[in-house]
Ligand binder design. Sequence first.
Ligand SMILES: Cc1cc2nc3c(=O)[nH]c(=O)nc-3n(C[C@H](O)[C@H](O)[C@H](O)COP(=O)(O)OP(=O)(O)OC[C@H]3O[C@@H](n4cnc5c(N)ncnc54)[C@H](O)[C@@H]3O)c2cc1C
Length: 381
Amino acid sequence: MKQYDVIIIGAGAAGLSAAIGALSAGKRVLILEMGNAPARKVAISGGGRCNITNTDANVARYFGKNPDFVRGALSRLGPDDVLRWCKKHNLKMEEKTTGRFFCADGADAVVRALIQDSGNADIRYNTQITDIEKVDGMFVVNDFCAQSVIVATGGTSWGAVGVSDAGYKIAKKFGHRIVPVRPALCALKIAGADSEMAGITLDAEITVGKRVLRDSLLLTHFGFGGPLAYRASLTDLSGGFYLNLLPDINATDFLKTQKNQCGNRTVASILSDILPRRIAKKIIGENTKNIADIPNKEIEQIAQKLSKIFIPSDKISLHGLSAAEVVRGGVDTDDVSSKTMESKLCNGLFFAGEVLDIAGDFGGFNLHWAWASGHVAGMNA
Ligand SMILES: Cc1cc2nc3c(=O)[nH]c(=O)nc-3n(C[C@H](O)[C@H](O)[C@H](O)COP(=O)(O)OP(=O)(O)OC[C@H]3O[C@@H](n4cnc5c(N)ncnc54)[C@H](O)[C@@H]3O)c2cc1C
């Protein structure tokens, strides 16, 4: 049986980051990967351009039973460290919107750089792990053994690239609890969605409980897509949500001002100055009256239809796991050390990346979590 210091299960973002950390600490590292290539999700990330990090990475951008868990890893590997690593590999970075960094050389270049840095590890592809044993203080994984194992098997969404739930099963075997897994960073199906609106994109706001999200919303034939819907899918939608199509203005004040200043225009015509015409028509319906002839009470009702559209929970469902960029849920962070990523229940067992009950916001936060948690696990394993 061949012996290593550290065995890493999964050659994804977190597994390779862990390998780089463990190698830098002088460890002998083996990576076991079920697929025939490394980091397959990294390779398709960011539409092929890998949104590698976000300079706003902080606890407020993470979700899970205990988002505070991310603090330790983020303080040890921050966005600047990731950008420095990119510079070292001559990867050209592009800041698309504030803080969101993409690799202009393509996601494949990021994967090549990861493999270059983990070159001193043994990597076995096409090796799917279903179970591990701990015998006399050593972990036995297939024909290999090590003092430490890092489980970096990722989440179970986007199955097209090849995913498994082995990480959860291994965690359970060693006494860990699993927070139920569900799709996240995905589109929202809305019962009764009007397919005639499909294709419209607009800047909008969603309020879920106390959380106010502002981003680009895509109307689809089944409901909502685009960054705003993806971000909403991370939250608890059991109380429904409010949609505001005019987040920059107070709709009531705006319409009342228009009534005073240009009363001979119809509401549909006024709204089509600030909203896509199809939406304006849908909201106003057949009302062809000039705005001057519309009572203020009715104007207030129209404003509500624009800025406080309530979508009840029974009308919302998440697009399935197969089309979700990440999952919410995973290995309960209560039983894992946030400083080292080591299990509190089993010495030498570590977890990193999406297999843990941590999901990041849209915009590079999930890969950042994979790099940071992987680094910490690798340095401590
Ligand atoms: C289409 C898409 C686009 C995305 N774009 C972005 C983006 O631009 N920015 C961002 O921050 N996040 C993005 N994400 C999310 C991000 O890719 C993941 O959160 C991140 O890859 C998680 O890293 P990980 O190492 O934990 O898991 P993964 O990267 O999923 O790696 C897990 C690895 O473990 C292997 N594995 C699983 N089970 C076993 C087993 N039983 N035995 C052996 N090996 C196993 C898998 O094959 C895989 O290689 C995107 C996700 C998708 C699906």
